[in-house]
Write a protein that binds this ligand. Structure first.
Ligand SMILES: Cc1cc2nc3c(=O)[nH]c(=O)nc-3n(C[C@H](O)[C@H](O)[C@H](O)COP(=O)(O)OP(=O)(O)OC[C@H]3O[C@@H](n4cnc5c(N)ncnc54)[C@H](O)[C@@H]3O)c2cc1C
Length: 321
């Protein structure tokens, strides 16, 4: 029997959805029915996450009572290290996030564990654990194996593994963490622009603009189009980085995953892996791009090779009719 350990992630007292995706990824790593998926949640309010983590696929829930409410790299590293020493998992799954980037590599390196980041396929190939991740700026897929490693840490890309449906009653256990000397202190959370803005993760219809809009002065006409069409205007990262729209409107890996969106219109967006991480699950994606080879067309249900300004004009006249 082997154990697959999932480290759940929370922020500001809310479970991050990727935690549930990790449970689904862990299921795919069970080699036989006796293998166990064990989920650990670390923090002073660990018990408050029991209902949210009592889901299909979880055999045991470990509450690691720590001195901190939110993420702290020293505390989390010590906690995961102690959990591994105690449970001896074959695989440890963590979200690929700013939190895990703060301690997972150090932990794996210090202990000599196998390690792969930003993994989007985790599987056994002929009894060999293999992680697939992007390489050369996501231009190729790289398969990584871990010869001779009895424990492997993987950070898993968000929005890849489909959450399993249904609740469960996992065994809940407590795990004592020895005191940890933390070197940092969480003073406050700062929303990067648009703190009071609409929550784009809850809206159903999004019109999203990318670098194809060219200049800041062109934002307004797309804002008006979105408003007329009843859509929420969002964007790719360059638009948010330039300050043309608030950061709260950025879709993607370092932006938001638009979990409730049903219709996504991508205007002048190339379809980088980081952008698609936030929207590729949307059932209906319509992409407009002048480049027929743009990656966004690989996930679009409807693709239009055209200039977004022509499409904008056409849509405006259709909506006005
Ligand atoms: C760690 C990390 C995290 C990141 N996180 C995110 C993220 O969360 N979200 C995100 O979006 N990006 C993110 N990025 C950036 C990402 O790699 C891309 O650089 C970005 O998504 C590109 O944005 P874009 O598609 O708008 O621009 P481009 O890639 O420049 O594409 C512009 C597209 O517009 C088309 N175009 C130009 N003019 C027209 C026209 N008139 N009509 C129609 N089409 C036109 C072009 O053919 C092109 O395909 C991240 C990068 C890193 C390294």
């Amino acid at each position: 029997m082997s154990t697959i350990l999932v480290i759940a992630e929370h922020r500001r007292s809310e479970l991050r959805p990727v935690s549930l995706e990790l449970i689904s990824a862990a299921q795919g790593l069970k080699k036989n029915a006796e293998d166990k998926v064990v989920v650990a949640i670390i923090g002073s309010q660990a018990e408050s996450f029991v209902p949210a983590l009592s889901v299909t696929g979880v055999d045991e829930l470990i509450l690691v009572k720590a001195s901190v409410i939110d993420f702290d790299p020293d505390v989390f590293e010590a906690a995961v290290s102690a959990l591994i020493a105690s449970r001896m998992p074959t695989v440890v799954l963590l979200p690929h996030s700013v939190d895990s980037l703060g301690y997972a590599a150090t932990l794996a390196s210090n202990a000599g564990y196998g390690f792969a980041t930003d993994v989007f396929i985790a599987e056994y190939q002929a009894d060999e654990l293999v992680a697939t991740r992007g390489g050369y700026n996501q231009k190729v897929n790289v398969e990584v194996d871990f010869p001779g490693k009895t424990t492997v840490l993987m950070t898993i890309r968000a929005s890849v593994f489909k959450v399993l449906e249904g609740g469960a009653n996992p065994v809940v256990t407590n795990f004592d963490l020895p005191p940890v000397q933390s070197r940092s202190q969480n003073k406050d959370f700062i929303e990067l622009g648009g703190g009071n803005d609409i929550d784009i993760t809850t809206v159903e219809f999004i019109m999203s603009i990318g670098r194809g809009i060219g200049e800041e002065t062109n934002v307004e006409q797309f804002r008006e189009l979105a408003e007329t069409a009843g859509a929420t205007l969002c964007c790719s990262r360059p638009i948010a980085d330039a300050g043309w729209l608030p950061k709260s409107r950025q879709v993607g890996q370092s932006g938001k995953v638009v979990g409730s969106c049903k219709l996504y219109v991508a205007l002048g967006i190339s379809g980088s892996i980081q952008h698609m991480a936030g929207m590729k699950h949307v059932p209906t994606i319509i992409a407009v791009n002048t480049d027929p080879g743009a990656s966004i067309f690989t996930i679009a249900k409807y693709g239009i090779v055209a200039d977004i300004f022509d499409i904008e004009e056409e849509l405006n006249s259709q909506l006005a009719a």
